[in-house]
Design a binder for this molecule. Structure first.
Ligand code: GLU
Ligand code: ZN
Length: 317
């Protein structure tokens, strides 16, 4: 059994990131499994090595140690893995499933995991060839008029993808209607999250993916890629989100709940203790180490409803 944590080094970790890391670590450790740290630095504009270094320092300080990966091991840093993504893209291209997309800016966000609250739109297939001469001519003209290289999209069939999330239960999504043809490589050459995450999880032997439930709706795209590439998919186990007082998923802008501030006020055991209580693993916010929590961990105790937390509840408790 192998679990993983796959953060994007685009800022200091906040309490929500730590919650995901902790539960993924506990799930792996309670099954006697390994836990990998993969650095998802696909977006050259937003990723910084110092954030990855800070992230590792925060994880070590919390006692969430990894068995493989991290920045010392270039194999686990996505920006070093272009050749591997290239080879898998070639496999998909050889199956005739991809096409160039000339739409401008449409692909900008592709390197980031599409968190539900970001409200992304389903691509309507503007550049998808439909086998007619007219469309082929139109696409040729578009290609000539396009000032930059095209992005590459994969064509999805109009079918339902069904799977069982280990925490949220049975799920069903229509690939064409709810996901649409999605980007594998951006126009500027950056690799898209969906392709990289699948290729990495499969090559790294990940058997269980634990992450926030705002990525639950990325599972159909990922299952489609596993199936098309001919690999078995890992188990997916999504988590309720930690939200701020207005009900929005905590993000890197929520300054008061990032690790810099938290480490000034609390010990590692105090932070783990608060998160353990939020996850219903304990009934009071009492200091406890990650190691001690392993024996108390049980997915059945973890709630499915999102959690609203205010800085007050954190700092005055
Ligand atoms: N790197 C992604 C993020 O930080 C997480 C991807 C995943 O866990 O699949 O949003
Ligand atoms: Zn297009």
């Amino acid at each position: 059994m192998i679990g993983r944590f796959a953060p994007s080094p685009t800022g200091r970790m906040h309490l929500g990131n730590v919650y995901s890391a902790l539960l993924s670590w506990l799930s792996a450790k309670s099954q006697g499994g390994g836990w990998l740290l993969r650095i998802e630095d696909l977006d050259p504009q937003r990723s910084r090595r110092v954030y990855a270094e800070q992230l590792e320092d925060d994880l070590r300080w919390l006692g969430l140690t990894w068995d493989a990966g991290g920045i010392e091991d270039p194999q686990y840093v996505q920006s070093n893995r272009s050749g591997i993504y290239e080879a898998h893209l070639a496999t998909l291209q050889a199956k005739g499933l991809t096409y160039p997309c000339y739409c401008s800016r449409a692909d900008i966000l592709a390197t980031q995991a599409p968190h539900e609250s970001d409200g992304r739109v389903v691509y309507q297939g503007t550049c998808r060839p439909d086998g007619t001469e007219t469309k082929a001519e139109w696409l040729k003209a578009r290609a000539l008029a396009c000032p930059h290289a095209p992005a590459i999209r994969i064509q999805v069939p109009d079918c339902d993808i069904c799977f069982t999330d280990l925490h949220y239960g049975p799920q069903q999504f229509n690939l064409a209607k709810e996901c649409g043809d999605f980007i594998l490589r951006r126009a500027d050459g950056a690799w898209a999250y969906q392709l990289a995450v699948v290729v990495d999880d499969l090559l790294m032997g990940v058997s269980e993916v634990v992450r926030g439930r705002d990525l639950l709706s990325s599972v159909p795209q990922q299952l489609f890629l596993y199936e098309t590439l001919g690999y078995k998919a890992p188990d997916f186990c999504h988590l309720p989100l930690l939200c701020n007082e207005s009900g929005q998923r905590l993000c890197k802008r929520d300054q008061s709940l990032h690790m810099g501030t938290l480490r000034e006020h609390f010990s590692a055991e105090e932070i783990i203790g608060k998160l353990a209580c939020f996850a219903h693993l304990t009934d009071r916010q009492e200091a406890i180490s990650a190691q001690e929590l392993i024996s108390l961990f049980d997915w059945h105790k973890v709630p499915t409803a999102d959690l609203r937390i205010s800085p007050d509840a954190i700092f005055n408790n």
